[in-house]
Design a protein around this ligand. Sequence first.
Ligand SMILES: Cc1cc2nc3c(=O)[nH]c(=O)nc-3n(C[C@H](O)[C@H](O)[C@H](O)COP(=O)(O)OP(=O)(O)OC[C@H]3O[C@@H](n4cnc5c(N)ncnc54)[C@H](O)[C@@H]3O)c2cc1C
Length: 541
Amino acid sequence: MAERIDQNLRGKWSPDEGALPLHALKWLGGRIGLRPQRTPAAPGSTLEVPASALSEAAAEALGAIVGVGHVRLDRASRLGHAGGLSYVDLVRHRAGGELTAPDAVVLPASPDQVVSVLALCAEHDVAVVPFGGGTSVVGGVAALRGDKAAVVALDLGRLDRLVSVDPVSRVAVLQAGVTAPEAERLLEPHGLTVGHVPQSYERATIGGFAATRSAGQASSGYGRFEDMVEGVRVATPAGEWVLGAAPASAAGPDLKQLVVGSEGAFGVITEVSLRVRPRPAVERYEGFVVDGWETGQAVVRALAQARVLADVTRLSDEDETEVSLALAGGVKSAAVRAYLKARGVRRPCLLVLGWHGGSSREVLARRAASLRLVRGAVRLGTAMGEAWRHGRFNGPRQRDVLLDVGVCVETLETATHWARLSELRTAVRGALGDALGKAVVMCHVSHAYETGASLYFTVLTPRDAHDPVGQWKVAKAAASEAIAGLGTISHHHAVGVDHAPYLEAEIGGLGVEVLAAVKRALDPTGVLNPGKLIPSERFRG
Ligand SMILES: Cc1cc2nc3c(=O)[nH]c(=O)nc-3n(C[C@H](O)[C@H](O)[C@H](O)COP(=O)(O)OP(=O)(O)OC[C@H]3O[C@@H](n4cnc5c(N)ncnc54)[C@H](O)[C@@H]3O)c2cc1C
């Protein structure tokens, strides 16, 4: 667990050294006019961390609950919990902007300890930022104190157990701090899987997924994370709350769904009861290319509406397909381009489909049902599908090396109904292009529903060396304005700080009031995650 507290990993995703290949640098030079600049990944000693504002009395009392060694006031621990992993967070850790560190890091070892910590923090006027994997990209773990005297990061890494497995009902209870790979490792002997595979898989936690309504790459087959949540155990300053007595219930509104997505503002999720599935014996991934975005989205819509989506269904637009081929480089991508040209595909859009099942027969039957609707596509076979699977977690590493050479590289996401999907995509691309000038704006659909789909954008542009944070903030605001009214401000990254100003436009003033009222009931003095989810001015503790 201790290795998770590593400030060096706040400036990049992984400690592995890597460099951008020459062909990719050349391509970026031509496409966005990049002139490479060096950015240190972890300047370490140059970052300023002010003296801790946590009172001695509070630190001692916290130590009495969690153990003295588990209240950390040292610089490395505090820097290791200063913010999440958005582009702006990474830039700040590379000394490109102001960084706010918590006054201390507190590591409870049990749900009961979390309840006691919250009561104590309320008594000592200390804000609490629940911290899972710290992979938030919307400011969800920013160390904001609001109107409190101090702020601590509540690292849930010691809540790392598989509590129980009910193989008959296919329900497993996991503690909140269990990371996704660890959850799979713990469930493997039972022949079970969670099936939640976001790109942040390697570092994010079960509690974080529940707190943000996360969606993984296989959401078409396994569902979004909230679909998997059977129950939650939550610590709040008002006491413990346990929800989820049955798989379905008409006992009033579904209160567990009020906790799921509450981003640490209502309580700290300490255990999650999850619907789990048998581990697939067979997984088959294939690549296809369709001609143009409109054709591609019509195919995905047809699959969704006929309810024959593959477990992984991912459509890249022309720009994303071009970048994938350009950055991959080599003989193979040149051969693919030549082949597509020969087949008359003018605007290649890559479609990756992946089916899971208990046997080859089952997988092939599901594949056949899907492929009946994938008309007019060029098949690139399992090699292309497997290449995608092999590189499915490479995004954050590629981001590290792009950052190293001075690229502003960030993502944002939304969702809307099919009838508006293209309008929304055009609006966001236009807003980002206008704000950033020479930029590549890529887009893909990776979560599809009968009535609509998500859109996920990745932006590459030369970084403004003088004000990298301001450069992205302007672009992000422009994109958020474009989204408002056409789609949701977040399909799966959550609200955090970044999207809080846009929440009211989506859920209405009454909606914000309802959230504030729930917070008042569970967290009357407002110690939990100030400034996240509910804008501070709308909540008075
Ligand atoms: C490179 C990269 C790729 C990503 N890809 C995806 C993706 O494919 N799909 C996706 O959905 N998201 C993705 N994300 C976003 C992020 O990984 C998710 O939001 C994830 O669910 C956060 O989990 P975490 O454990 O890191 O939570 P954290 O970042 O630690 O916390 C997220 C929020 O939840 C709160 N919180 C954390 N744990 C608890 C708890 N136990 N109780 C109450 N509140 C808590 C925090 O205070 C914070 O507000 C990505 C992020 C990165 C950096």
